[in-house]
Design a protein around this ligand. Structure first.
Ligand code: PPS
Length: 578
């Protein structure tokens, strides 16, 4: 039977005297600045969570890990842990060199002694490790699009762990956690991995796992890199703290794991199990679809129980027992949670999908008591307020003279009258004067200009204000980038001011069309420069047919319909012109 702290740990931090030597040596060494993903990997290498690794994989280890999930010496290890660097940096290195690995704050975390430098076939790696090279898979995307092209393998001497400025009381090294289990007299500990908020079903699942295995519970959520779109870890930690408080005293503890997940399904599950073994756990829960992402159509990349199968297959040598868990559901008839196979025919089951939960949060709708705890719901409501309290951006796009600025001005007046969120106008002219004064009208400069507007608007949206942007923004792909940036934080409402070129030219309020026709201004949108109309804007207005007043009202109506604006509003400005 496995018990706590039997497995050999291999932390890579050196003793204080050696740290001093390395600090002196590092002054002369080439430095590599670690990015966030690399910092998370380095922390778990240095603190022993990735035991038995002694550093970044050599080429031979890497190849065997990809093909067989084993290091050269035969030990089980399913995930390639390598240092990826740029070609420029790699060119300066040869085997035997030493490199100082630095945290962005400047300190040297470790010194690497290089053994191998090679350019991997990353598409082949994706297929071997993730079973696909589809970039909709977040692990594949990271590998093919974000990772540097050259790998460096070698052993590490650690000087210090990366600093953490949040939740220090919930963070432990494997040594610390093992010592804590010992202090508490916990001999059998079942780990629960999660990257999501926890609700009643999860608590029920962990409670059953503990009961059936005569074990205590370690809630061990990932707070490094998870999957895009996941709830930020600050909000999640509030949920976990609330959940631990629900469990009987002395049954469960919370510790945060700074892991950079790869979302690799079965291999990821096995990797997670080995990491939990290193942290001193004896049992590991693998549920349905463990660390399994979905493709562009919402289809899962792995079968629901593939992860359980792979972990079970290696049960003898992994040093940790698998606790396979079926889905737990709520029976309205019994008023309790139970594993799905125990549900009787005709028994009424209540369920709330993730999509439905998000809808209820967005719309401020009721979330039933059977589903979660009031404290958890409160934490999520703070993070995901209803649209009427979120930030949002209204992004006008259209030709010069189409009426963007005029409508934006009227809209802003209406918004300030109706709503107390602060409003910021990022009009084309204002931005070009204050943010983009050095830019011209080439495609490159226009894109830069729009991305700057997008950045500022996303900050405003994040801080729950209203940004009204009114540039020409002629390119679809750039507008799409801005949308993606902003939708992470709140609403994005694209308003196409579709007033036809003839009308804009006839108005020619600034005389620019005349100049462009005369060849005095080059690259003028609509004349000798392109304008790509949006395909699916939220609102379309043509100020050739609609007054500016009515156009602004149309946008207000949209905002009310979508829940961005609530409450009574006297439509006293509605005019009878069409
Ligand atoms: S862009 O394409 O989004 O970066 O343009 P934007 O920042 O909105 O700036 C457009 C305003 O600049 C004036 N202007 C020109 N527009 C288009 N093409 C050329 N070559 C050009 N040169 C100067 C023009 O007044 C635009 O203002 P609006 O308010 O749109 O009429």
């Amino acid at each position: 039977m496995t018990s706590v702290a039997t497995h050999e740990l291999r932390p890579l931090l050196v003793d204080p005297a050696r740290v001093e030597e390395l600090k002196r040596e590092a002054i002369q060494l080439p430095s590599w600045d670690l990015n966030f993903r690399q910092i998370w990997d380095s922390e778990l290498l240095l603190n022993g969570a990735f035991s038995p690794l002694s550093g970044y994989l050599s080429k031979a280890d890497y190849e065997r890990v990809c093909s067989e999930m084993r290091l050269e010496d035969g030990s089980l290890w399913p995930m390639p842990i390598v240092l990826d660097v740029t070609e420029d940096f790699a060119q300066k290195l040869t085997s035997g060199d030493r490199v100082a690995l630095r945290h962005p704050e400047g300190m040297v975390l470790a010194v690497l002694t290089v053994t191998d430098i090679w350019t991997p076939d990353r598409a082949a790696e994706a297929k071997a490790v993730f079973g696909t090279d589809d970039e909709a898979h977040p692990g594949v995307f990271q590998l093919l699009r974000e990772a540097h092209p050259v790998y460096v393998g070698g052993t590490l001497e650690g000087l210090e762990l990366p600093p953490h400025h949040t939740y220090q009381h919930h963070r432990h090294t494997p040594d610390q956690l093992r010592a804590e289990f010992k202090r508490l007299g916990w001999e059998r500990v079942v780990a629960f991995q999660t990257r999501n908020p926890m609700h009643r079903a999860h608590v029920e699942l962990t409670r059953r796992a503990a009961l059936e295995n005569d074990a205590k519970i370690l809630i061990h959520p990932v707070v490094g890199r998870t999957s895009p779109g996941d709830v930020d870890y600050f909000s999640r930690v509030r949920c976990y703290e609330a959940v631990v408080a629900q469990l009987p005293p002395q049954l469960a503890m919370l510790s945060l794991l700074p892991l950079a997940m790869r979302m690799g399904g079965p291999r990821e599950a096995l990797w997670h199990a080995l990491i939990r073994r290193n942290y001193g756990c004896t049992h590991f829960i693998v549920g349905r679809d463990h660390a399994g992402p979905r493709d562009g159509e919402g289809k899962p990349f792995y079968g629901p129980y593939d992860a359980q199968e792979l972990v079970a297959k290696h049960a003898d040598e992994s040093g940790i027992e698998l606790v396979p868990f079926q889905e737990v559901v709520y029976s309205e008839d019994r008023g309790e949670y139970l594993p799905r196979p125990e549900v009787k025919q005709n028994e009424k089951i209540l369920d709330l999908s993730g999509t439905e939960l998000r809808r209820r949060l967005r719309e401020g709708a009721d979330i039933p008591e059977w589903f979660s705890y009031p404290e958890v719901i409160e934490a999520l409501r703070k993070r995901f307020p209803p649209r009427s309290r979120q930030g949002y951006t209204i992004f006008f796009t259209g030709l010069s003279g189409s009426g963007k600025s005029t409508v934006a001005q009227i809209l802003i007046a209406k918004l300030m009258e109706m709503d107390d969120r602060p409003v910021t106008l990022l009009d084309g002219d204002i931005v070009r004067k204050n943010l983009s004064s050095e830019l011209g009208f080439s495609k490159e400069h226009r894109d830069l200009n729009i991305l700057r507007i997008g950045f500022v608007a996303s900050e405003i949206t994040k801080n729950r204000g209203t940004a009204v942007c009114a540039p020409i923004a002629p390119y679809t792909a750039t507008r799409h980038k801005v949308r993606t940036l902003i939708e992470r934080h709140g609403g994005f409402v694209e308003v196409h001011v579709s007033t036809p070129l003839e009308v804009c030219e006839e108005r020619d309020r600034k005389g620019l069309y005349a100049k462009a026709r005369a060849g005095l201004i080059k690259e003028f949108t609509g004349i000798d420069d392109p304008y790509e109309a949006p395909e699916k804007p939220e609102v379309v207005i043509d100020t050739g047919k609609l007054s500016a007043e009515r156009a602004a009202q149309k946008i207000v109506d949209y905002l009310r319909h979508e829940g961005f604006l609530v409450g009574r509003y006297e439509d006293h400005d509605a005019l009878d012109e069409s």
